[in-house]
Design a protein around this ligand. Structure first.
Ligand code: SF4
Length: 320
């Protein structure tokens, strides 16, 4: 089966310090990943690790510095994007900031339909808007209201409706529940799952929270400072993740059983994520890694397959 998305050695460097400066923020630095049709690939890591930039680069909202992107077998790295814009959508973290406050919900959804000329007439357009609102748990009365009249969870539903309006195949879900109350998060995640089933969607689901990514993803990629450090099946990563960074994320997943929670050791990492302007030598995680040895600061570990479908970038995977 052809992968829907293939990114190869993708790099996204942003120049900083003015036109003549050679300094670059290496936000994404040589990431390769594939996403099969109908799959959810979860991308997890701390804020500033390059997840959002990677998602936007795959959509060509940023032009990649190097590397390639293939969509359904076609190389789109430099191709005109108009034919792909409808198929590849994004749902943003902050639904309020991404919705025009002067437009009604009907206008927001209708605009997406108009841009891609998807309606055959006024009635078809109106029917489509109502049908899309219905899919995300809103109704025809909501079409005449403005974004500020809705709760955070409902606003995110509007953002999802806008993405769905053009009948996409692939959606980058960029921290879509992070801004929502915990009580609403599960509802919205469940809705993403239902919409995927109903519409045959493929997701790149980005979150800093492994417990959310674990729930929705078929496979997971753990990102640290512009690089993937571990990828594999969701259960494999969350139960048998071997990269020390992955293990620290696993140790932060809440456990419902208080007895088990008491016995578990929480791995707290020292310090913050270093600057991608000047990443550490060798393994980028070495200044924060409890198992770092001399080799770690000298030699960059490759992302090697340690078990079938399980890839890890660490000289000493599974230590500790
Ligand atoms: Fe830690 Fe070394 Fe593995 Fe990097 S390569 S994660 S520093 S043990």
């Amino acid at each position: 089966m052809t992968n829907l998305i293939e990114a190869r050695e993708l790099r996204q460097y942003f120049p900083v310090g003015g036109f003549l400066s050679k300094k670059k923020v290496k936000a994404v630095d040589g990431v390769s990943l594939t996403i099969a049709p109908g799959e959810t690939f979860g991308l997890v890591g701390e804020s500033g690790c390059g997840k959002t930039t990677l998602g936007r680069t795959i959509l060509r909202l940023y032009e990649p510095t190097s590397g390639s992107i293939t969509y359904n077998g076609s190389d789109i790295t430099k191709a005109p994007m108009l034919p792909y814009r409808r198929k590849m959508q994004i749902v943003f973290q902050d639904p309020y900031a991404s919705l025009d406050p002067r437009m009604t919900v009907g206008e927001i959804v209708g605009e997406a339909i108009d841009i891609h000329k998807l309606a055959s007439g006024k009635k078809d357009r109106a029917d489509r808007i109502i049908s899309i609102l219905d899919k995300v748990g809103l109704n025809s009365e909501h079409a005449n209201r403005y974004p500020h009249e809705f709760s955070g969870g409902q606003r995110q539903r509007i953002g999802i409706a806008r993405a769905l309006a053009v009948d996409p195949e692939f959606i980058v879900c960029d921290e879509p529940v992070s801004a929502l109350d915990v009580s609403i998060q599960a509802q919205v995640v469940n809705m993403f799952e239902r919409l995927q089933e109903e519409n045959g969607l493929t997701y790149l689901f980005i979150s800093h929270d492994l417990s959310i990514v674990k729930h929705i993803s078929n496979r997971i990629g753990v990102m640290y400072l512009g690089k993937l450090v571990e990828t594999g099946e969701s259960g494999e990563i969350t139960l048998r993740g071997v990269h020390p960074y992955t293990r620290s994320l696993i140790s932060a997943i809440p456990i419902a059983d208080p007895n088990k929670a008491r016995k578990r050791e929480r791995i707290i990492l020292e310090g913050d994520v270093p600057s991608p302007l000047n990443p550490p030598s060798g393994c980028r995680f070495h200044p924060r890694c409890p198992y770092a040895a001399a080799r770690c600061s000298e030699e960059e570990p490759a992302l090697d397959e340690t078990e079938k479908g399980h890839f890890v970038a660490c000289h000493f995977p599974g230590r500790g």
